[in-house]
Write a protein that binds this ligand. Structure first.
Ligand SMILES: [Zn+2]
Length: 476
């Protein structure tokens, strides 16, 4: 019915993603903004997209504009030890720039440098740029492909906490209101909101909220976004409640207007579904679902949540969900491949699992780190002299060496090799004894079974070095 731009009233015909495309919004609406205003809001939409990019990239959300390529947009993080910048998504890690791993000065006066790059193509571009600068560069050899294991990478999270972030949240609320209630979105009472979203004039439209105890944020799917827009007839407030990834909750107070009885619409968006109709569920109510009156002080909750740790707990909880999800997905994928390969003898099974384990060796490295950390913490107060020696050995030897070609130390490479071999054996055993189901596979990837399996060989390596014998039989 209404086809006028909600800002200026001219014919609206800009095909606008109701929820930002990059966050997994799949639905468009041509009746909300004119081309000019759609364009003017694109920067604001990008702000929230950038703030959520880390989570999107780890969950593996494919933006609506990347549907044909299936690309999961990566996020730029930095290794604080080497200052190396890396692009990271759910399946890959890549150097932002080729990395020089060693420089050797030759007696002739020239020098040999070793460079690690994502691809020969990236290396060629890099070398071409050096030549452009007038350097005389010759490529002597082009090494072999390998994996680089980054240490802890750091980035900065904003989460709509800034003023601009909240303005972007208000913009999402405004667009959904226009989608669900075209009449409300065009009320003159909403002019101040539009001034705020468009021109950043005025304030106090949006804020962080605590998780709702009414269950209005609860999601059946882990990473769903929930957008509620509505009108509460008791105080005439037109409101929105926005939950991103089921972890970050915002309230938006769009305006006050007499607009009939209470009504609301709940949109549940699953960013992992790439096509309608299952990407979004819409439920209409004749009451104000999820409404909570506007707090006296809009920054009060966020300030308290930062102080009492609730905000950090939300991020940590989401990170745990992401880890679980990645582990489940990998276990499922491995089982599917196993189903296709159907190895019938030990040798074939072994080489099958060897291929899987080496393709995902980052998981094995996580198990190794996890085991060493757990053991060191659990035994920190041990009076046993042998244990003390092993703990000392662990603290003296890091599995990482960020400046090396693969990010590992010699010790790390040894641990990775023996741990992978132990896991491959274990996977083969479990497969032939019929125990290798989804649960077991997940436990081997990052649960107790996996820790036990790699822990045994890590302990033996250490005890052989410092005590002269393998202690696994005694300790386990
Ligand atoms: Zn317009």
């Amino acid at each position: 019915m209404e086809r006028s731009c909600i800002i200026c009233g001219v014919a609206a015909n800009s095909r606008e993603h109701v929820f930002p495309a990059a966050l997994g919004g799949r639905r468009t609406n041509k009746g909300i903004y004119c081309d000019t205003h759609n364009g003017e809001y694109s920067e604001l939409a990008n702000i929230i997209v950038n703030q959520m990019r880390f989570f999107n990239s780890q969950i593996g959300v494919v933006g609506d504009h990347q549907k044909t390529t299936g690309e999961v947009k990566p996020v730029l993080l930095i290794d604080p030890v080497t200052k190396t910048e890396m692009w990271l998504n759910n399946t890959s890690t890549a150097f932002a720039e080729p990395r020089i791993t060693s420089v050797t000065l030759n007696p002739e006066g020239d020098s040999a440098i070793e460079i690690a790059a994502n691809s020969l193509q990236q290396l060629d571009t890099y070398v071409a740029a050096l030549r452009e600068k007038g350097l005389d560069v010759h490529v002597k050899s082009k090494g072999t492909p390998g994996i680089y294991y980054p240490g802890t990478l750091e980035g900065r999270l904003d989460l709509g906490g800034s003023d601009t972030g909240l303005r972007a949240i208000a913009y999402i609320a405004q667009t959904f209101l226009a989608q669900a209630f075209p009449d409300l979105a065009r009320l003159p009472e909403l002019a101040p909101l539009k001034e705020y979203t468009l021109n950043n004039s005025g304030k106090d439209f949006a804020c962080w909220l605590s998780p709702s105890d009414g269950g209005h944020d609860s999601e059946s799917k882990r990473f769903n976004h929930r957008i509620i827009v509505g009108h509460n007839a008791d105080d005439n407030v037109i409101y929105a409640r926005i939950s991103l990834f089921g972890a970050f909750h915002y309230g938006v107070y769009l305006g006050v207007a007499e607009a009939g009885s209470s009504r609301s619409v709940v949109f549940d968006i699953d960013p992992l579904v790439k096509h309608p109709p299952l990407d979004m569920q819409k439920t209409e109510y004749d009451k104000a679902v999820g409404y909570s009156p506007r707090p006296e002080n809009l920054t009060e909750y966020l300030a308290a949540a930062i102080k009492n740790g609730e905000a950090k707990a939300s991020v940590d909880g989401l990170m745990r969900n992401i880890q679980d999800f990645q582990r489940e997905s990998l276990a499922t994928k491995w089982l599917q491949e196993l189903e296709r390969a159907k190895p019938t003898d030990r040798e074939t099974a072994n080489s099958f699992f060897e291929r899987l384990v080496s393709s995902e060796s980052g998981w094995i490295l996580k198990l190794i780190k996890h085991f060493r950390r757990n053991f060191s913490q659990a035994m920190a107060n041990s009076k046993n002299k042998d244990i003390t020696k092993i703990l000392h050995y662990y603290s003296e030897n890091s599995e990482l060496e960020p400046s090396s070609f693969d990010g590992l130390s010699d010790y790390g490479r040894t641990l990775l090799a023996i741990s992978s071999a132990a896991l491959i054996e274990k996977l083969t055993d479990d497969f032939f004894s019929g125990e290798l189901d989804q649960d077991r596979m997940e436990m081997l990837l990052s649960g107790g079974q996996g820790l036990y399996t790699v822990g045994r060989v890590i302990q033996d390596e250490a005890s052989l070095k410092v005590l002269g014998y393998a202690i696994s039989d005694e300790v386990w």
